[in-house]
Design a protein around this ligand. Structure first.
Ligand code: PLP
Length: 345
């Protein structure tokens, strides 16, 4: 069988930026080890490639959401461990018994299910997010007695904000020191790492900031963009004054213009909120009219040299693109979709 041609859109991915971001998070984590959340296929960038690069840099602790994601990672690099954040269901047991990974147990039923396997696990304690985890009272009441725990975790609800909730969750988690068999404790995600040494405990769990997201002002200037979407020009066309562009004719030319139609659209995560707002080539080429499923139009009147087949970088600085679009930095990454060729440099 003949191989498919390269895709007309691609994500350029920087290994150097990824590793540099992780190293910054390592330094901010102080004496705590710094792991990496690689759920949702490494926040859309490609979990296998992310794990390989971070493991080579010295990262040892990885986190996915489900056993399906654990399976999809294949064999991990030597010396690495993997935790499955959503715990364990009866339908996961057959795979979980065979893979050397740890579930992060969240409920009393999950604890009971895992006891039959008899291997170490991690445990999530809910200290106020009311999402996943056992309660503090469950833990102090003995629900984990006799369980071999590697890492006791909790998760911050509002680490990206200045709010009392951070200190309240910190105090609740600190109160569990020495109350279980856990070898390590872990609380901080990317934003939590920025809150300072008290939040680091023994292991930190950044995701967003690894991939170029800025969780809090402390990370500005330190965290670098990792993912750069690019799309090919499928057609270059000339517009006359009064010509309309795209679905529902939301753009009308007020002069003669040149437009490039790029192979990128909402099915690639470039959502309709970028209509008339997005830009390419570092702000030089505005997106005009509506974003289609597979196509956008950009004004290239200022770039007479751009021809069909050429590649254009679509602006995707995460904090900036987030405030422009109203999408979170997380959504901007995880929405990127399957149609890009992901090209690591
Ligand atoms: C996703 C996740 C993380 C990583 O969070 P970021 O905000 O992306 O740094 C850490 N811990 C848990 C439990 C998570 O679900």
């Amino acid at each position: 069988m003949i191989a498919p041609p390269p895709s007309p859109n691609r994500l350029r991915l920087s290994s150097e930026a990824l590793v540099s971001n992780w190293r910054w998070l390592v330094r901010q984590s102080g004496s705590a080890a710094c792991g990496a959340a690689v759920k949702a296929d490494g926040y859309g960038l490609g979990a296998v490639e992310v794990v390989a690069r971070l493991a080579a840099a010295g990262c040892r602790d990885f986190f996915v959401a489900t056993w399906g994601e654990a399976w999809a990672l294949g064999a991990l690099p030597e010396g690495c461990s993997l935790s499955v954040l959503h715990g364990i269901r009866p339908e996961d047991m057959e795979l979980a018994a065979q893979l050397p990974y740890r579930p992060v147990l969240n409920t009393i039923r999950q604890v009971a299910l895992w006891r039959s396997i008899g291997r170490p696990c991690d445990v999530m304690v809910d200290t106020g997010i009311n999402r996943l985890g056992l309660s503090v009272a469950d833990v102090t009441g003995g629900a984990l007695d006799g369980l071999q725990i590697d890492t006791l975790m909790s998760h911050l609800a509002s680490a990206d904000e200045e709010t009392d909730q951070n200190m309240i969750q910190l105090a609740a988690f600190q109160s569990l020191r020495g109350r279980t068999t856990a070898k390590r404790m872990s609380l901080a995600n990317s934003a939590g790492i920025c809150l300072g040494a008290d939040f680091a405990f023994d292991l930190t769990r950044p995701g967003l900031a690894l991939y170029g997201g800025i969780p809090r002002a402390e990370a500005k200037g330190a965290i670098q963009q990792v993912a750069f979407p690019e799309a090919q020009i499928i057609q270059r066309r000339a517009l006359n004054p009064d010509d309309k562009v795209g679905y529902n004719a939301t753009f009308t030319a007020d002069r003669s213009m040149d437009v490039a139609i790029l192979n990128l659209g909402y099915a690639d995560g470039y959502l309709r909120c970028f209509s008339g707002k997005g830009s390419a080539s570092g702000g030089q080429l505005p997106v005009i009219g509506r974003v289609s499923m597979d196509l956008i139009a950009v004004d290239i009147s200022s770039a007479p040299e751009l021809e069909e087949g050429e590649w254009i970088g679509v602006d995707y600085d995460l904090p900036q693109t987030s405030s422009l679009s109203g999408l979170s930095q997380y959504e901007l990454l995880t929405g990127l979709g399957a149609r890009y060729d992901r090209i690591w440099a």
